[in-house]
Design a protein around this ligand. Structure first.
Ligand SMILES: [Zn+2]
Length: 251
């Protein structure tokens, strides 16, 4: 939803800029070859499917992709079913119990999620380790999360289906370094400060920024986004993109 609005504004802006320039200054603005994506980019950047409300599509190569990335997992099931009260279709056709990636972070509780989310979570672990070593000279041993699967509408937008309904999202609350140091989003993110003033805040913000900018996830919502995310990062692979990793001046 937010991604679609952004795309619309950008395309409108680009058209007006070209129209205002003298004829002689205009360059060819025709189609260009798409920039190549990172092999670790799993975000859905296709604007044509933004309005679809249904469980994520099957990724035909997913199990081979998991094996190629040395990700430990077990196939699992959350068969899509219509919930009688909300009429939301919950579940997904391709679900795994995520165990471990080569970055070797332990998750608690255990992670039941879509197959493509498992790939994205493994990439997220790599980013977390790079930034933890940069910030603290230590690796992360554990991540605590608040859940993946929860059949419900979005908290902030009643009537919109949460990606949690498809186990296509995870809410990350705390990172624990190998020396036991705890970095909690609620305690350390400091969303009212435009610029991070602690190592912990800088680490958290950099991790969220990279997770969005490197297209690991479609949505990255942080305490900057709204009050519903004051204690966690919401990471998902929705069909739309939402950047909630940037400071927004309070109104
Ligand atoms: Zn969430």
């Amino acid at each position: 939803m937010l991604g679609r609005v952004t795309l619309f504004c950008l395309s409108t802006w680009a058209a007006s800029v070209v129209a205002d320039r003298p004829e002689a200054d205009r360059e060819d603005v025709g189609p260009t070859a798409p920039a190549s994506r990172s092999p670790f980019a799993y975000a859905n950047v296709d604007p044509l499917d933004d309005d679809l409300v249904k469980p994520p599509d099957v990724r035909p190569t997913c199990e081979a992709d998991l094996a190629a990335a040395s990700i430990a997992y077990q196939p699992d099931k959350l068969t899509p079913l219509v919930q009688p009260d909300t009429k939301i279709v919950c579940g997904a056709p391709q679900v795994v119990a995520y165990r471990e990636s080569p970055a070797k972070i332990a998750w608690s509780p255990s992670v039941l999620t879509t197959c493509t989310m498992a790939l994205a979570i493994a990439r997220f672990e790599t980013i977390v380790q790079e930034e933890a070593v940069r910030a603290f000279d230590r690796r992360v041993a554990h991540i605590h999360h608040l859940g993946t699967f929860d059949c419900r509408p979005m908290l902030a937008f009643p009537g919109w289906v949460s990606e949690h309904s498809y186990a296509n999202a995870i809410d990350v609350a705390e990172f624990v370094l190998e020396d036991g140091t705890s970095i909690k989003i609620y305690d350390h993110f400091a969303p009212k400060q435009p610029v991070a003033t602690t190592r912990e805040a800088a680490f958290l913000r950099k991790v969220a920024r990279r997770a969005y900018d490197e297209e690991v996830f479609s949505s990255v919502l942080t305490p900057f986004f709204d009050r519903h995310h004051v204690d966690h990062f919401h990471l998902d692979l929705a069909r739309t993109r939402s950047d909630g990793a940037a400071f927004v001046k309070p109104r």
